[in-house]
Structures are given as C-alpha cells and as structure tokens.
Design a protein around this ligand. Structure first.
Ligand SMILES: C[S@@+](CC[C@H](N)C(=O)[O-])C[C@H]1O[C@@H](n2cnc3c(N)ncnc32)[C@H](O)[C@@H]1O
Length: 228
C-alpha cells in the first residue's frame, strides 16, 4: 500500500516535472526532479529494509512488520508445555525467535531480507545467544524443507491460504502452528489468545488433517498446490 502510494506520488511529480521542463521552467523542473528522486530514494530504502526481494513472487510478498510484545507473549502462552524445535517463518529482526530459548526451544528463523537477517544475527551476537539456541538462515521459506513440530508465523492475509496448504503437506502429525494476527482461512484452531492486533491462534496439524476436513479443504483449493 505504502509502496503503491510512493510510486503514485513519484509518477505525479515526474510528470509535472516533465511538463514544466517543456514550458521552460528549469528551476521548477529541477526542484520537482529532486523531490521525485527523494521519494524514489525513500521507497528504495524502505524496500531494502522491509521487502522480501525480487526472488519471491509478487503474490507471496510479505513486508516486514514487527510483532508487538503482547503478541509474542501470546505466542509463548500457546506453546506452553511443548518441546523441541521451533521454526519462525519470516523471522524479521528476530524478536519472536529471541523468545524461544526462554520457552526451552531451539529456534530456526527463516528470513529472506539480508538487512533484517544481518540485524537479527548481530542482535544474537550482541546478546551472546549461542548458535545452537537460535539460528537465522537466509532462505525463502516457501522453498525450504523443514520438518518441525512447532512453527510460528506472522505474515499477511493474502498468503495464509497458500501457507496452510503447504504446511498440511509438509508438517508431521504432532506439529503445532502458531499464527499471529491473520488466521488460517480453513483450518480449525485448537485455541487462541489475545484480541485485536495481538490475537494469535494455535492449530494442531492432526486436527486439520482429519479425513472429513481434508476432503472439503481440498475442494477449496483446486489449484493452489501447483502455485508453490
Ligand atoms: C510481518 S513480518 C514478521 C516479522 C517477525 N516474525 C516478527 O514477528 O516481528 C514478515 C517477515 O517475513 C519475511 N518474509 C516474507 N516472505 C519471506 C519468504 N518467502 N522467506 C523468508 N522470509 C520472508 C519478511 O521479510 C518479513 O521480515
């Protein structure tokens, strides 16, 4: 949305600049060109820090949006009593992953944006977190193969249907997926915590795979499997 707005403003500025150049207004055109370049620069900077990059298809792009403290606490609540490995799909600056060791998890954060990855890795180094506790990898999680029994995601509504389809195929029977802010459209949730922007949902894969659900679920997604 922000990107689109920036682009529209930049296009308008550029157009008016070209018009004024044609009219011979060199000062005005220089100023408008300068403003246009400034907007383009701001957009590039924003994209560099917040967008997943060109390798992710447009329909699956999710920008960086940090989770709130309350959201993280709700994730911890829904993972209580579980053990093993936690995968954070789209780990951003690592804030969710850093909560994992306190819950007794080893965590792998998948992040495709190099800036965010560098930020989370340097935070881990600064805090002295051992590599065995939290491990950040530069990888597109749509292409990654992870067999994890705990998964945390904070993404966007447009990709949740595609993600539930992927996870249904990949995750083991005893896996639990914690989803922040934007729930899965078809899986039945086991429990939820928080409200509004801080709401998180827990989904157990064995419930989502129940035969009756799986058959009706597949009819919702005739072609999604071929999209990934
Ligand atoms: C909404 S942010 C969530 C950040 C973090 N998990 C948090 O809770 O603060 C989504 C993150 O997913 C990353 N991302 C988007 N698509 C990705 C992909 N295909 N592979 C890896 N990371 C991705 C983005 O760069 C962004 O940092």
């Amino acid at each position: 949305m922000f990107a689109l707005r920036c682009f529209t403003v930049w296009r308008t500025v550029l157009r008016s600049s070209l018009r004024s150049t044609a009219a011979g207004g060199s000062v005005i055109s220089s100023v408008t060109l300068l403003i246009g370049s400034a907007f383009a620069g701001v957009y590039r900077l924003w994209a560099m820090f917040c967008m997943p990059g060109l390798r992710v298809p447009f329909r699956l792009k999710v920008p960086f949006l940090p989770s709130t403290k309350e959201q993280t606490l709700n994730v911890i609540k829904l993972l209580e009593g579980r053990k093993g490995h936690l995968a954070d799909l789209g780990s951003g600056d690592g804030r969710l992953a850093f909560a994992a060791p306190s819950m007794g998890f080893q965590c792998t954060g998948f992040e495709i944006n190099s800036m965010l990855l560098a930020c989370s890795r340097s935070k881990a180094w600064w805090r002295g977190v051992p590599h065995t506790d939290i491990h950040f990898v530069k990888q597109d999680f749509w292409k990654a193969s992870f067999i994890c029994i705990n998964v945390a995601v904070f993404l966007a509504p447009a990709v949740m249907g595609v993600l539930e389809e992927k996870l249904l195929k990949k995750l083991p029977e005893d896996a639990r997926v914690i989803v922040c802010r934007f729930p899965f459209p078809h899986w039945p949730h086991s429990c939820t915590a928080g409200s509004g922007l801080n709401q998180v949902w827990a989904y157990d894969v064995h419930t989502a795979r129940e035969p009756s659900r799986t058959s009706s679920h597949q009819s919702y997604f005739p072609s999604i499997s071929s999209m990934i």
